[in-house]
Write a protein that binds this ligand. Structure first.
Ligand code: GDP
Length: 299
């Protein structure tokens, strides 16, 4: 919890200090409510959520004296209620042998890194993990996954740049089966500037995976960069049109004042949030827990 809190320090100091600044006069009136709503919006919680949270607060406390900590605690409790239903770890179901997880997201969102982090966690659980370097467009992405493979001791199925991503996914799953792997983590390309290209590529990968297991991919995890703020919200919308997104991982919550985006995402989409990224190393993927997260968000 303290490490998560340290990771989110910038988000929380912004919100916490903001609330401290608003409620120096200690009254919840129209003006302070408006300021609070503004603060929540600029903290990326989104307009709908910001309005709902402040209205909720006003219901019981309007025209009453309030301490900043009271406001923070009330908001944290409401935010935890919003986050509770989406906080869901990405657990491997060994009976799927293998559990097939497709990672999607725009370039730079942290897909490859998140695969490395997940592989580390699954290995620590004693699971057999296969990695598939499905971002076949970028040599750097292939190399990066190979490095993660070495670090974690997981086999990496990779081909040269420009290879067919669907064929590669197929091979990776066959190899995983032959080696009795419990889980396959498949990287994908994320060039969003050409939506129809990306769509046909992702859909082809999925079609080919289904030839091996009609219920697969068992998870399609969209990786989002929290530092992009509201852009992350629109990325969910875009990717939901392309593929059947089953859950989210939100990265780069270490350096940003953007923790509020999780609340906006939960409220708007209700998709499971599997984990959050708070740094670049193998240990920097944290479970997403509603109470801890909302407490650290409020400072
Ligand atoms: P991809 O293009 O989606 O595969 O993204 P990468 O995994 O290559 O990540 C892009 C950059 O973001 C790399 O420099 C990563 O080290 C960095 N990165 C990924 N996740 C995090 C995170 O949680 N925190 C920070 N600070 N950096 C991250």
């Amino acid at each position: 919890f303290s490490r998560l809190k340290a990771g989110l320090s910038r988000s929380s100091s912004k919100l916490g200090e903001g609330i401290g600044g608003i409620f120096t006069k200690k009254k919840l009136d129209d003006e302070s409510i408006e300021e609070l709503e503004e603060l929540l919006i600029t903290s990326d919680l989104g307009v709908t959520t910001a309005t709902r949270l402040t209205e909720n607060l006003a219901k019981t406390r309007f025209n009453k004296d309030v301490e900043p900590h009271e406001v923070s605690e009330a908001l944290a409790a409401d935010i935890a209620t919003i986050l509770e239903p989406v906080a869901t770890p990405l657990e491997v179901d060994k009976s799927k042998s293998p559990h097939i997880i497709l990672m999607v997201g725009v370039n730079g969102s942290g897909k490859t890194t998140t695969i490395g982090k997940l592989a580390t966690q699954y290995k620590a659980q004693g699971l057999n993990v296969t990695l598939a370097a499905g971002d076949t467009f970028r040599a750097a992405a292939i190399e990066q996954l190979q490095i993660w493979g070495e670090r974690t001791g997981c086999p990496v199925v990779a081909k040269e740049t420009g290879s067919d991503a669907a064929g590669l996914a197929y091979e990776a799953i066959e190899r995983a089966r032959s080696e009795n792997a419990d889980v396959v983590l498949i990287d994908t390309a994320g060039r969003l500037h050409n939506k129809s290209d990306l769509m046909s590529e992702l859909q082809k990968v999925i079609r080919v995976i289904k030839k091996l297991d009609e219920n697969a991919p068992h998870d399609v995890v969209l990786v989002l960069d929290a530092t992009t703020g509201q852009n992350a919200v629109s990325q969910v919308g875009t990717f939901k049109e392309l593929v059947d997104v089953t859950g989210l991982v939100v990265t780069k919550l270490d350096g940003s004042a953007r923790g509020g985006i999780l609340v906006a995402l939960a409220e708007k989409f209700g998709l499971p949030v599997h984990a959050i990224g708070v740094g670049e190393t193998a240990d920097d993927l944290r479970p997403f827990t509603a109470k801890d997260f909302s407490r650290s968000l409020m400072g």
